[in-house]
Design a protein around this ligand. Structure first.
Ligand code: AMP
Ligand code: MG
Length: 268
């Protein structure tokens, strides 16, 4: 199954989230059936990360977006579990600090773009800057449209400088979000995760979905495509994200760079 092709939003296509089923699991019946595939892909990811470091001319940037509880943290924990901390950096973006908001919105994200040889994962990203202000009417529509263009230029510039970008929208249903928030309230081990924002922002569910539709549609390019991942089933979300990361790295034509010294001249 070509996960990349299946879940990719084709550049130029309109996005109607209602048409993307959050409960989709393709032909997989359950977690047990998918487990073997996930384990193989995580192992392959470890090998590919080694190659990426040995190649050291390119980087991979993975962007995770989704409503609260969509599973951004869980995806990082499960899918990136085999990655060496020496070649993988995760960054989460919160409400901008005073210093951050005194700069242009791309300033803080640019600093966290992975260097050559590294995988970078963004837990939220510059897309927050075209979602939150749009939903809450904090900036004008004209400014939002300018930001879409700025994002496209920024991502293109990165890709021209050796950064491959993949963007995942973790698509959960409103009822699944309710279940997950209830679970956070019920389970003492999960309570620390509840933020006042989660409950407040849930009231804007529909506006967020609309804002996502605009942003993903407008900022969906050949060099930085969006994938809409069915995420009501955590196990399926994990295999889909892992598979697409693996398939992307496989296509980066990674090769081990030649040594800096002439091996034939080394005498030990
Ligand atoms: P969490 O990811 O659950 O830790 O929550 C982080 C919160 O920060 C979410 O409510 C985000 O919407 C919010 N956030 C992140 N980036 C921005 C931004 N650029 N502008 C406004 N809110 C943001
Ligand atoms: Mg949260």
């Amino acid at each position: 199954m070509n996960f990349k092709k299946h879940f990719r939003l084709i550049p130029g296509d309109r996005l109607r989230l209602a048409k993307w089923d959050p409960t989709d699991t393709l032909d997989f019946k359950d977690k047990e059936e998918a487990q073997g595939l996930l384990e193989r892909d995580i192992k392959r990811l470890d090998e590919l990360q080694y190659l990426l470091a040995a190649d050291s001319r390119q980087a991979l940037l993975v962007i995770l977006q989704g409503m609260d509880t969509a599973g951004k943290d869980g995806t990082i924990r499960h899918v990136m579990s085999a990655c060496s901390p020496q070649g993988c950096q995760a960054s989460s973006f919160k409400v901008p600090s005073l210093e951050e908001s005194n700069h242009d919105f791309l300033w803080r994200v640019h600093q966290r773009v992975p260097p050559n040889g590294w995988i970078g994962i963004f837990n939220r990203s510059h897309y927050e800057d075209v979602l939150v202000p749009k939903v809450h009417g904090l900036v004008s529509d004209k400014q939002i449209k300018e930001r879409y263009k700025q994002i496209n230029h920024f991502e293109k510039m990165l890709s021209q400088n050796g950064v491959t970008i993949i963007k995942f929208f973790l698509n959960i249903s409103k009822s699944e979000q309710k279940k997950r928030l209830e679970e956070r309230i019920r389970d003492p081990r999960k309570r620390w995760k509840i933020s006042p924002q989660d409950v407040l922002e849930r009231k804007f569910w529909h506006s967020y979905r609309k804002a996502y539709e605009y942003a993903l549609e407008k900022c969906n390019t050949e060099e930085a495509p969006w994938y809409i991942i069915p995420s009501d089933h955590k196990w399926f979300r994990n295999i889909a994200v892992a598979k697409i990361i693996v398939q992307t790295l496989e296509q980066m034509k990674l090769r081990i760079r030649p040594p800096e010294v002439d091996i034939s001249k080394i005498r030990l």
